[in-house]
Ligand binder design. Sequence first.
Ligand code: PMP
Length: 295
Amino acid sequence: MVKDPVVYVDGEFVPREEAKVSVFDHGLLYGDGIFEGIRVYNGVVFKLDAHLDRLYRSARAIELNIPLEKEALKAALLETLRRNGYTDSYIRLLVTRGKGDLGVNPKKCPKASVVIINIQVEPMHGHGSKSQGISTIIASTRRQTPDSASHEIKSLNYLNSILATLEANRQGADDAIMLDHRGFVAEATGTTLVAVWNGELHAPPLTASILDSITRRFVLDLARELGFPVHERDMTLFQLLMADEVFLCGTMGEITPVRSINGQSVGDQTPGPVTQRLITEYKARRKDPQYGTQI
Ligand code: PMP
């Protein structure tokens, strides 16, 4: 039997059932907070430093004072993992604005709360998605504009993705692909998107209202290293629908091939040969200590 994991909450390691934050926490009241989703493969925390760097960048962007220095937070995270003892798991690291009054102003929240959850979870669309691919729709909900709540801040406010997911649910699809405010392809609800044409990779750029995904960077670098040309540039819906292969990538989703978009099949085969090659290499490398931190 898998034992109940401990959760780190503000310096304490508590059983899952006792892991709580206040109902006056602005993370709950307003989605005011930030997070990271991180995976552990064979005892290696994949790209931990990159995740911590992004967390502290997000904090800076919303003027949130994380009550621990980066090294101390890293130590708390590794201690949580050691106590739980999983060799393969998922980490949800979050920092909320903390307790305040019922107004929106963060000034009334003196101390941020830090939570580290470490559990075992399947890939976003289940293990089967790797071999069969997933069905998607193009959501009518667009990504937020770059001058509204920035997509580059990994905040606790996911309503944009939730609205698109509800559309996918209503249409019986596994996930939704979202367009940016100009009508170019952006990303899916919790993963970024890559299309393949004639053996070359095309990925919407960071300016297309996408998250600066750590998996995306890793996969595009991997593809370059394997000799596939990579283009980061705006992508039209037509180009997406005409692609030979499409896949999504992210920590939770890993590399997930897309089988169909709005009921139309993608290419002739899912996963296509390029996607397959990348999945194989990514699986081999992600547990290598050179790409992460050993517990
Ligand atoms: N886009 C969105 C909207 C996400 O929420 C995520 C994952 N949290 C990603 C992309 C993938 O990012 P990463 O590879 O860093 O997990």
